[in-house]
Design a protein around this ligand. Sequence first.
Ligand code: SF4
Length: 757
Amino acid sequence: MSNERDSKAAAGGWAALVAVGRALRREGTLTAGRALLHTNQPDGFDCPGCAWPDPRHTSSFEFCENGAKAVAWEATDRTIDAAFFARHTVSELRQQSDHWLEAQGRLTQPLRYNRASDRYEPIAWDEAFALIASQLRALPSPDAAAFYTSGRTSNEAAFLYQLMIREFGTNNMPDCSNLCHEASSIGLPQSIGVGKGTVTLADFDCTGAVFSFGHNPGTNHPRMLATLQAVARRGKPIVVFNPMRERGLERFRSPKEPAAMLTGASTELATHYFQPRIGSDPLVLQGLMKRLLELDREAGGQLLDHEFITTHTNGYALLREQLESLDWPALCSGSGLSMDEFTTAAEVYLGADSVIAAYGMGITQHRHGTGNVQQIANLLLLGGHIGRPGAGICPVRGHSNVQGDRTMGINERPPADFLDRLEQATGIRAPRESGCTVVECIERMLAGQIRVLISMGGNFAVAAPDPEATHAALGRLDLLVGIHTKLNRSHLLHRGESLILPCLARSDRDVQAGGEQFVTVEDSMSMVHASRGFRKPVSPQLLSEPAIVAGIAQALLPGSPLRWAWLVEDYDRIRELIAEVVPGFGQFNERVRSPGGFHLRNAAAHREWQTVTGRACFIPFAGSLEQAPAAYPLRLTTVRSHDQYNTTIYGHDDRYRGIRGRRDVLFISARDLETLGLAAGTRVDVIAAAGGRERRLPGLELVEYAIAPGSLAAYYPEAMPLISLEAHDPTSRTPAYKSTWVRLTPSASADLAPAGP
Ligand code: SF4
């Protein structure tokens, strides 16, 4: 089946409005419609989608198509109560798709699994807290428990959560950042002294060029398209490196522009679109830097910012030596890019007075993800493109507060000075040993070392790689606790005790003893702002995330120096503690009440390098790229569809890639179809060798697509069975979701994959 992808069509446009309308109708037009009018508004709530920042001057419709889907999905009128769980055993629910489970609606009361009836049954909050406390205290060590965090968790909930966990005695805080931008959080501090992006939206307003690596903004952070459109309209180049042609990087028609909507006018975004092979990022970045050095040498050293290099960096000579040692034939054949393409990209870079490099999972979710991130930092340092207007590095975070959670201390490897300040401000004794990431957590659950897992949001079972191992690990736990707004697969894989604790959503009004409360979040560009729910909660039995943490802490830590109940009566009290512990949060309560909140100062953006050397560091690529195993010559990446956000599947269309009503597809290039003697529409099994055995993903239908030769793409989480626990970046422990060596074989007719999850 060749996909109906019209390469001339634009992202956004009428189809985006139709999709928003469809989402509202599905979830309850009135409620979800009202929620949209509060989304990303100064006195409204923060979109629970991605972490793209809000413009200083918001419009009445400050959301994108996928933000609308996320808000409607959360603000749905549908609810599930005890009657629902009385009708369905856990074994029956396990047979349902991920989409179906979440589509049932909002949870309304705390539930405990009854092994005898194989059903979830109501439990009182205090009973639930007491059960959790007794199970945790019964453990041989606090390190036999782990506490997962999803990026939807607010700053206040995250700070209290880490405080409780550390007072309990462990740093076992696997979080969703381990699965996405951990390579940035670990790699960038070694390069520039801070694990966050150095740009703000204002830098995009004056940048001379945007280089985009391994991300798909049209689906994953769609409001970025308006930002890129503004760059394009200023006539500035946008240079894209992505194995797949993505509509959102090619052309955009803003649904907020009536003239464009009526005339069909749209803006071309990418001025240059390069499609390297999947997994060849180090070669792409090294090739680009090598070409820059060559052109600079030919120009007598007049093109790169040598004054910046001398004044602010170290390691340049080592990097130059490495780049000079590389040969072009290997760089071109390995990356799939030609010498001309490298030259063109280098000339655009040198022609720009300031450069922003934006990147996503296509850079971080590889065995060499950390190295990839550091090569992007190297690329920018060569031109002095960090720490001046219009220039800098822009890791685009996938979840609304994933950066904030890390800032609040959700970190399995916490810096000592953070723990010192925490002890100082709270009187607790904080553990100093490192905890576990998601991959390590699964390994320790399998080994029986971790017996309790508490998840604050997220869908651990589906977000983690290697479902066979992950599901088995969850099945070995004594206690599994999920603090969630909706039912998902992570509630259905336990064998021991299991609790589901329903919490307030972003759009829900949060009233505590001290009155109506707001929470705060931090976006990809370090803007900290308030989020106020407006909607009457779907059930009086829902508790806020901070209140749930306080409830568990009171039961678990009777001798605590902290007044947990008092802290959640008024979240200003939590913010006062945060102001004492977290750098940059002084006068937190005052500053966050100013319109739009405040920006967290980024030292690297001021050319203050908090690295071990006190200078920005060029770090040559240290990894070695694996050669394609003879038996598995193709490289598979996993992607989201346009009807999906992380593990949440809203629907089965992928409009920008021409896919309708299904997810059982494998994107492949015309050249590989020819080389393999396969036709589009053929059903194939995708086979990988990992963890010492073959893994098979059966029955996907081949879809001819504009993807780099030698590269394939399938949707996640369906493709997760091909990704073993061992396949991760040894530095960041981030799973290599974006590159798995595979081979294809025609499917036996019996093995057809289901059309959608
Ligand atoms: S760009 Fe991200 S944060 Fe903004 S509305 Fe869309 S999904 Fe939400």
